[in-house]
Design a protein around this ligand. Structure first.
Ligand SMILES: *Cc1c(COP(=O)(O)O)cnc(C)c1O
Length: 347
Protein backbone atom coordinates (compact mmCIF):
# COMPACT_ATOMS: atom_id res chain seq x y z
CA UNK A 1 0.00 0.00 0.00
CA UNK A 2 1.11 3.58 -0.56
CA UNK A 3 1.69 5.57 2.59
CA UNK A 4 3.09 9.09 2.67
CA UNK A 5 4.56 9.70 6.12
CA UNK A 6 5.61 13.22 5.24
CA UNK A 7 2.03 14.11 4.34
CA UNK A 8 0.75 13.19 7.81
CA UNK A 9 3.61 14.74 9.83
CA UNK A 10 3.01 18.19 11.36
CA UNK A 11 4.86 20.94 9.50
CA UNK A 12 6.61 22.26 12.63
CA UNK A 13 7.91 18.76 13.41
CA UNK A 14 9.30 18.18 9.91
CA UNK A 15 11.75 21.05 10.39
CA UNK A 16 13.06 19.93 13.80
CA UNK A 17 16.26 18.09 14.51
CA UNK A 18 16.57 16.17 17.80
CA UNK A 19 17.94 18.12 20.78
CA UNK A 20 21.58 17.24 21.28
CA UNK A 21 22.44 16.74 24.95
CA UNK A 22 25.87 16.38 26.55
CA UNK A 23 25.38 12.63 26.65
CA UNK A 24 24.66 12.63 22.90
CA UNK A 25 27.68 14.65 21.92
CA UNK A 26 30.21 12.47 23.70
CA UNK A 27 29.40 8.77 23.48
CA UNK A 28 31.46 6.60 25.80
CA UNK A 29 33.54 3.89 24.14
CA UNK A 30 34.18 2.33 27.53
CA UNK A 31 37.52 4.03 28.17
CA UNK A 32 37.96 5.82 31.47
CA UNK A 33 37.19 9.51 30.95
CA UNK A 34 36.83 12.54 33.18
CA UNK A 35 33.30 13.84 32.67
CA UNK A 36 33.18 17.61 33.01
CA UNK A 37 30.61 18.25 30.28
CA UNK A 38 27.15 18.12 31.87
CA UNK A 39 27.35 20.15 35.12
CA UNK A 40 26.65 17.05 37.18
CA UNK A 41 27.72 16.60 40.79
CA UNK A 42 30.87 14.45 40.45
CA UNK A 43 30.37 12.39 43.63
CA UNK A 44 29.16 8.94 42.70
CA UNK A 45 25.89 7.75 44.26
CA UNK A 46 24.71 5.60 41.36
CA UNK A 47 22.47 8.25 39.83
CA UNK A 48 24.57 11.42 39.84
CA UNK A 49 25.07 11.17 36.06
CA UNK A 50 22.40 11.87 33.44
CA UNK A 51 20.90 8.69 31.98
CA UNK A 52 21.67 7.52 28.45
CA UNK A 53 19.21 9.55 26.31
CA UNK A 54 19.20 6.80 23.69
CA UNK A 55 18.83 3.95 26.22
CA UNK A 56 21.30 1.90 24.15
CA UNK A 57 21.68 -1.09 26.51
CA UNK A 58 17.97 -1.52 27.08
CA UNK A 59 17.08 -0.97 23.44
CA UNK A 60 19.76 -3.43 22.36
CA UNK A 61 18.26 -6.12 24.56
CA UNK A 62 14.65 -5.35 23.60
CA UNK A 63 15.51 -5.27 19.89
CA UNK A 64 17.16 -8.67 20.18
CA UNK A 65 14.20 -10.12 22.08
CA UNK A 66 11.67 -8.80 19.60
CA UNK A 67 13.65 -9.55 16.46
CA UNK A 68 13.79 -5.93 15.30
CA UNK A 69 16.49 -3.23 15.20
CA UNK A 70 17.10 -0.50 17.75
CA UNK A 71 16.06 2.03 15.11
CA UNK A 72 12.56 0.50 15.22
CA UNK A 73 12.26 1.33 18.93
CA UNK A 74 11.27 4.38 20.92
CA UNK A 75 11.02 4.15 24.71
CA UNK A 76 8.98 6.45 26.91
CA UNK A 77 7.85 7.23 30.43
CA UNK A 78 5.06 4.64 30.17
CA UNK A 79 2.89 4.04 27.10
CA UNK A 80 1.13 7.23 28.04
CA UNK A 81 4.15 9.32 27.05
CA UNK A 82 4.64 7.32 23.87
CA UNK A 83 1.02 7.91 22.86
CA UNK A 84 1.33 11.61 23.69
CA UNK A 85 4.41 11.87 21.43
CA UNK A 86 2.38 10.34 18.59
CA UNK A 87 -0.27 13.04 18.99
CA UNK A 88 2.34 15.78 19.08
CA UNK A 89 4.16 14.50 16.01
CA UNK A 90 1.19 13.87 13.74
CA UNK A 91 -1.95 15.72 14.90
CA UNK A 92 -2.42 19.43 14.26
CA UNK A 93 -4.52 20.86 17.14
CA UNK A 94 -7.89 22.21 16.08
CA UNK A 95 -7.60 20.64 12.66
CA UNK A 96 -6.85 16.91 12.74
CA UNK A 97 -8.79 14.06 14.31
CA UNK A 98 -8.27 10.55 15.63
CA UNK A 99 -10.61 7.57 15.65
CA UNK A 100 -11.17 5.44 18.74
CA UNK A 101 -13.44 2.46 19.29
CA UNK A 102 -15.18 2.54 22.68
CA UNK A 103 -15.38 0.81 25.02
CA UNK A 104 -11.58 1.02 25.13
CA UNK A 105 -8.61 2.43 27.03
CA UNK A 106 -9.46 5.88 28.36
CA UNK A 107 -6.10 7.53 27.71
CA UNK A 108 -6.64 7.92 23.94
CA UNK A 109 -9.54 10.27 24.63
CA UNK A 110 -7.72 12.07 27.46
CA UNK A 111 -4.70 12.67 25.22
CA UNK A 112 -6.89 13.88 22.35
CA UNK A 113 -8.40 16.42 24.75
CA UNK A 114 -5.02 17.56 26.06
CA UNK A 115 -3.71 17.98 22.53
CA UNK A 116 -6.81 19.73 21.16
CA UNK A 117 -7.46 16.98 18.64
CA UNK A 118 -10.98 15.81 17.82
CA UNK A 119 -11.77 12.26 18.96
CA UNK A 120 -14.21 10.50 16.60
CA UNK A 121 -15.77 7.52 18.32
CA UNK A 122 -17.11 4.47 16.50
CA UNK A 123 -18.52 1.98 19.01
CA UNK A 124 -17.48 -1.66 18.82
CA UNK A 125 -20.23 -4.07 17.82
CA UNK A 126 -22.07 -6.37 20.25
CA UNK A 127 -19.19 -8.88 20.09
CA UNK A 128 -16.71 -6.06 20.83
CA UNK A 129 -15.32 -6.22 17.27
CA UNK A 130 -14.65 -3.09 15.19
CA UNK A 131 -17.27 -2.01 12.62
CA UNK A 132 -14.90 -1.86 9.67
CA UNK A 133 -16.94 0.04 7.08
CA UNK A 134 -18.27 2.50 9.64
CA UNK A 135 -14.73 3.27 10.80
CA UNK A 136 -13.51 3.87 7.27
CA UNK A 137 -16.57 6.01 6.50
CA UNK A 138 -15.86 8.12 9.59
CA UNK A 139 -12.29 8.84 8.47
CA UNK A 140 -11.45 11.85 6.33
CA UNK A 141 -8.26 13.54 5.11
CA UNK A 142 -7.59 14.81 8.63
CA UNK A 143 -7.88 11.42 10.38
CA UNK A 144 -4.28 10.92 11.47
CA UNK A 145 -4.53 7.97 13.85
CA UNK A 146 -6.80 5.00 14.46
CA UNK A 147 -6.37 3.33 17.86
CA UNK A 148 -6.83 -0.44 18.03
CA UNK A 149 -6.40 -2.14 21.39
CA UNK A 150 -6.01 -5.91 21.28
CA UNK A 151 -6.51 -7.52 23.74
CA UNK A 152 -8.84 -4.64 24.46
CA UNK A 153 -9.27 -2.94 27.83
CA UNK A 154 -11.84 -3.20 29.47
CA UNK A 155 -13.47 -5.94 27.39
CA UNK A 156 -10.52 -8.39 27.38
CA UNK A 157 -11.15 -9.77 23.88
CA UNK A 158 -8.84 -9.62 20.88
CA UNK A 159 -9.70 -8.05 17.52
CA UNK A 160 -9.67 -10.50 14.62
CA UNK A 161 -6.46 -10.44 12.59
CA UNK A 162 -8.43 -10.08 9.32
CA UNK A 163 -10.18 -7.01 10.71
CA UNK A 164 -6.89 -5.43 11.73
CA UNK A 165 -5.32 -6.19 8.34
CA UNK A 166 -8.32 -4.65 6.56
CA UNK A 167 -7.98 -1.45 8.60
CA UNK A 168 -4.21 -1.33 8.04
CA UNK A 169 -4.81 -1.60 4.30
CA UNK A 170 -7.56 0.99 4.01
CA UNK A 171 -7.03 3.59 6.75
CA UNK A 172 -4.88 6.41 5.36
CA UNK A 173 -3.31 7.53 8.66
CA UNK A 174 -1.39 5.61 11.31
CA UNK A 175 -2.94 2.51 12.84
CA UNK A 176 -1.76 2.35 16.46
CA UNK A 177 -1.96 -1.21 17.77
CA UNK A 178 -1.95 -1.10 21.57
CA UNK A 179 -0.57 -4.45 22.70
CA UNK A 180 -0.36 -3.73 26.44
CA UNK A 181 -1.81 -7.20 27.17
CA UNK A 182 -0.24 -9.17 24.30
CA UNK A 183 1.78 -11.44 26.63
CA UNK A 184 -1.45 -12.86 28.07
CA UNK A 185 -2.91 -13.55 24.63
CA UNK A 186 -2.84 -16.46 22.19
CA UNK A 187 -2.86 -13.96 19.31
CA UNK A 188 0.35 -13.08 17.48
CA UNK A 189 1.88 -9.66 17.97
CA UNK A 190 1.97 -7.25 15.00
CA UNK A 191 5.58 -6.29 15.76
CA UNK A 192 7.62 -6.32 12.56
CA UNK A 193 4.64 -6.22 10.20
CA UNK A 194 5.50 -2.64 9.19
CA UNK A 195 7.40 -3.94 6.17
CA UNK A 196 4.00 -4.97 4.83
CA UNK A 197 2.00 -2.18 6.51
CA UNK A 198 4.12 1.02 6.67
CA UNK A 199 1.37 2.86 8.63
CA UNK A 200 1.57 0.39 11.55
CA UNK A 201 2.67 1.52 15.01
CA UNK A 202 2.76 -1.05 17.83
CA UNK A 203 2.88 -0.06 21.51
CA UNK A 204 3.71 -2.34 24.42
CA UNK A 205 4.56 -1.71 28.06
CA UNK A 206 6.39 -3.21 31.02
CA UNK A 207 3.40 -2.27 33.23
CA UNK A 208 1.35 -5.44 32.90
CA UNK A 209 2.87 -8.88 32.19
CA UNK A 210 6.36 -7.67 33.13
CA UNK A 211 5.11 -6.49 36.51
CA UNK A 212 6.80 -3.09 36.41
CA UNK A 213 4.00 -0.50 36.42
CA UNK A 214 5.98 1.51 38.96
CA UNK A 215 9.03 2.17 36.78
CA UNK A 216 7.00 3.59 33.85
CA UNK A 217 8.42 2.08 30.70
CA UNK A 218 6.44 2.24 27.47
CA UNK A 219 7.63 0.80 24.18
CA UNK A 220 6.79 2.05 20.71
CA UNK A 221 7.75 0.00 17.67
CA UNK A 222 7.38 1.04 14.05
CA UNK A 223 9.29 1.64 10.82
CA UNK A 224 12.58 3.51 11.09
CA UNK A 225 10.92 6.45 9.31
CA UNK A 226 8.17 6.80 11.94
CA UNK A 227 10.56 6.30 14.88
CA UNK A 228 12.87 8.98 13.44
CA UNK A 229 10.02 11.50 13.50
CA UNK A 230 9.23 10.65 17.13
CA UNK A 231 12.90 10.95 18.11
CA UNK A 232 12.82 14.59 17.00
CA UNK A 233 10.30 15.52 19.68
CA UNK A 234 11.25 13.11 22.47
CA UNK A 235 12.53 14.84 25.62
CA UNK A 236 16.20 13.80 25.83
CA UNK A 237 16.11 12.21 29.30
CA UNK A 238 12.56 10.83 29.29
CA UNK A 239 13.57 7.40 30.61
CA UNK A 240 15.44 7.77 33.89
CA UNK A 241 18.47 5.77 35.02
CA UNK A 242 16.66 3.71 37.67
CA UNK A 243 14.01 2.70 35.14
CA UNK A 244 16.60 1.71 32.56
CA UNK A 245 18.45 -0.44 35.10
CA UNK A 246 15.39 -2.19 36.51
CA UNK A 247 13.91 -2.78 33.05
CA UNK A 248 17.16 -4.32 31.84
CA UNK A 249 17.31 -6.71 34.81
CA UNK A 250 13.70 -7.71 34.37
CA UNK A 251 13.84 -8.30 30.61
CA UNK A 252 16.95 -10.43 31.20
CA UNK A 253 15.03 -12.54 33.73
CA UNK A 254 12.64 -13.95 31.16
CA UNK A 255 12.08 -17.10 33.22
CA UNK A 256 10.64 -15.19 36.15
CA UNK A 257 8.37 -13.18 33.85
CA UNK A 258 7.16 -16.33 32.11
CA UNK A 259 6.53 -18.08 35.42
CA UNK A 260 4.28 -15.23 36.57
CA UNK A 261 2.41 -15.09 33.25
CA UNK A 262 1.76 -18.83 33.47
CA UNK A 263 0.45 -18.47 37.02
CA UNK A 264 -1.79 -15.54 36.05
CA UNK A 265 -3.23 -17.47 33.09
CA UNK A 266 -4.06 -20.46 35.29
CA UNK A 267 -5.72 -18.18 37.83
CA UNK A 268 -7.61 -16.38 35.08
CA UNK A 269 -9.14 -19.68 34.03
CA UNK A 270 -10.05 -20.56 37.61
CA UNK A 271 -11.65 -17.15 38.21
CA UNK A 272 -13.47 -17.36 34.88
CA UNK A 273 -15.01 -20.70 35.86
CA UNK A 274 -16.00 -19.47 39.31
CA UNK A 275 -17.57 -16.25 38.01
CA UNK A 276 -19.82 -18.24 35.69
CA UNK A 277 -21.35 -19.97 38.70
CA UNK A 278 -22.01 -16.81 40.74
CA UNK A 279 -25.80 -16.30 40.87
CA UNK A 280 -25.76 -12.52 40.30
CA UNK A 281 -23.32 -12.76 37.36
CA UNK A 282 -25.21 -12.85 34.06
CA UNK A 283 -22.31 -12.93 31.60
CA UNK A 284 -18.57 -13.51 31.78
CA UNK A 285 -16.86 -12.09 28.70
CA UNK A 286 -14.13 -14.12 26.99
CA UNK A 287 -10.70 -12.72 27.84
CA UNK A 288 -7.15 -12.84 26.54
CA UNK A 289 -5.85 -10.34 29.09
CA UNK A 290 -5.05 -10.43 32.83
CA UNK A 291 -8.56 -9.32 33.77
CA UNK A 292 -12.13 -10.45 33.28
CA UNK A 293 -15.14 -8.29 32.43
CA UNK A 294 -18.35 -9.67 33.88
CA UNK A 295 -21.91 -8.44 33.73
CA UNK A 296 -23.78 -8.50 37.02
CA UNK A 297 -27.28 -7.61 38.23
CA UNK A 298 -26.25 -4.24 39.70
CA UNK A 299 -22.62 -3.23 39.23
CA UNK A 300 -22.63 -0.30 41.64
CA UNK A 301 -24.25 -2.37 44.42
CA UNK A 302 -21.79 -5.26 43.93
CA UNK A 303 -18.85 -2.87 43.70
CA UNK A 304 -19.81 -1.29 47.05
CA UNK A 305 -20.36 -4.68 48.69
CA UNK A 306 -16.92 -5.89 47.60
CA UNK A 307 -15.36 -2.65 48.79
CA UNK A 308 -16.84 -3.25 52.27
CA UNK A 309 -15.08 -6.63 52.21
CA UNK A 310 -11.78 -4.92 51.39
CA UNK A 311 -11.71 -5.77 47.68
CA UNK A 312 -11.36 -3.10 45.01
CA UNK A 313 -12.52 -3.98 41.51
CA UNK A 314 -13.30 -1.64 38.62
CA UNK A 315 -16.88 -0.58 38.00
CA UNK A 316 -17.21 -0.12 34.23
CA UNK A 317 -20.97 0.43 34.17
CA UNK A 318 -20.67 3.96 32.73
CA UNK A 319 -18.72 2.76 29.66
CA UNK A 320 -20.63 2.25 26.41
CA UNK A 321 -21.79 -1.37 25.91
CA UNK A 322 -20.64 -2.12 29.47
CA UNK A 323 -23.78 -1.43 31.50
CA UNK A 324 -23.61 -3.23 34.86
CA UNK A 325 -20.16 -4.65 34.29
CA UNK A 326 -17.27 -5.05 36.70
CA UNK A 327 -13.67 -5.61 35.67
CA UNK A 328 -11.72 -8.07 37.82
CA UNK A 329 -7.92 -8.03 37.60
CA UNK A 330 -6.43 -11.49 38.18
CA UNK A 331 -4.49 -11.41 41.46
CA UNK A 332 -2.33 -13.93 43.29
CA UNK A 333 -3.99 -17.27 44.13
CA UNK A 334 -4.57 -15.99 47.69
CA UNK A 335 -6.09 -12.72 46.50
CA UNK A 336 -8.35 -14.53 44.08
CA UNK A 337 -9.41 -16.90 46.84
CA UNK A 338 -10.37 -13.87 48.94
CA UNK A 339 -12.42 -12.54 46.03
CA UNK A 340 -14.10 -15.90 45.43
CA UNK A 341 -15.01 -16.25 49.11
CA UNK A 342 -16.46 -12.74 49.09
CA UNK A 343 -18.47 -13.36 45.90
CA UNK A 344 -19.93 -16.51 47.42
CA UNK A 345 -20.98 -14.62 50.56
CA UNK A 346 -22.87 -11.95 48.65
CA UNK A 347 -26.48 -12.49 47.80
C1 LIG B 1 -2.43 -0.45 31.23
C2 LIG B 1 -2.49 -0.07 29.79
C3 LIG B 1 -1.43 0.58 29.18
C4 LIG B 1 -0.18 0.85 29.95
O1 LIG B 1 0.13 2.15 30.07
P1 LIG B 1 1.52 2.53 30.78
O2 LIG B 1 1.49 4.01 30.65
O3 LIG B 1 2.61 1.89 29.96
O4 LIG B 1 1.49 2.02 32.17
C5 LIG B 1 -1.50 0.89 27.84
N1 LIG B 1 -2.59 0.56 27.12
C6 LIG B 1 -3.64 -0.08 27.67
C7 LIG B 1 -4.79 -0.46 26.84
C8 LIG B 1 -3.63 -0.39 29.03
O5 LIG B 1 -4.69 -1.00 29.58
Amino acid sequence: MSFDLDAITRDNVKGLSPYSSARDEYVSDGSKMVFLDANENPYDNGVNRYPDPKQRNLKGLLAQRKGITEANLLLGNGSDEVLDLLFRAFCEPGMDNIITLPPTYGMYKVLSGINGVENREVLLDADFQPKLSEILATADGHSKMLFLCSPNNPTGNTISAQGIAHLLEHFKGLVVMDEAYIDFSSQASWVGQWSQYPNLVVTQTLSKAYGMAGIRLGICMASVAIISVLNKIKPPYNVNELTQQRALERVLDQQAVQREITAILAERQRLYNVLQEVPFVSKVHPTEANFILAQVDNATLRYDQLLKKGIVVRNRTAQPLCHNTLRFTVGTPEENQTLIAALNQLS
